[in-house]
Write a protein that binds this ligand. Structure first.
Ligand SMILES: [Zn+2]
Length: 194
């Protein structure tokens, strides 16, 4: 799948519109040496060619492959506490006991590690593209603010802290403009390739 650059495009925007991280887009286009220098008419690969660089694994597959199940999807749902409809800003992964290790599917820098109201024990990791990955309801947090993490690092333990009906991981991705708060600036983790 190839995209032709139009006037005014930025690589970041092209990546975002296609559910890719800037990092992933650059991996798919190794010829681009300077991400700030693209020109109208230039062709950008959005997917791997001939299986050499296949489609990136998604965040969701990352957890499903480790045996987690989705207990609540991203989008409108009935709030388990209020009974009214509310937008669920992340995906809940369950099916694992309290204390199960939680791995990060992305590398990045820890920008938040604290107990925060309904979120319980919360870790926030900012990736290279500026997206913020939130891991909520942890039983324990193993990472501190400022630490760098690699993909597959254990960042904490499965828990039920904060506003939670049982052990699960609430995984949420805020877009760069959303920062840690992310109100109306979150994205469907199913669209996020790693
Ligand atoms: Zn949730």
């Amino acid at each position: 799948m190839i995209y032709t650059v139009k006037k005014g495009d930025t690589l970041y925007r092209i990546a975002k519109n296609n559910g890719l991280t800037l990092k992933r887009l650059l991996e798919l286009n190794p010829d681009i040496k300077n991400p700030n220098l693209i020109y109208p008419g230039q062709q950008i690969f959005l997917r791997g060619v001939d299986g050499v660089k296949g489609e990136g694994q998604g965040v969701v597959e990352f957890y499903l492959n480790k045996g987690w199940i989705i207990s609540s999807d991203y989008g409108i749902r009935r709030d388990p506490f209020t009974g009214s409809n509310a937008f669920h800003r992340g995906i809940d992964f369950a099916g694992k006991p309290l204390g199960e290790e939680i791995f990060t599917p992305v590398e990045g820098k820890v920008i938040y590690s604290s107990y925060y109201n309904g979120w319980g024990n919360l870790i926030g990791i900012e990736d290279q593209g500026g997206y913020i990955h939130l891991f909520a309801h942890l039983q324990q947090r193993f990472k501190k603010v400022g630490e760098r993490v690699n993909k597959e690092d254990v960042i904490g333990l499965n828990g039920s802290t904060g506003k939670s009906t049982g052990p699960h991981l609430h995984y949420q991705i805020n877009t760069p403009r959303g920062g840690m708060i992310g109100i109306n600036a979150h994205t469907d983790p199913k669209m996020f390739l790693i």
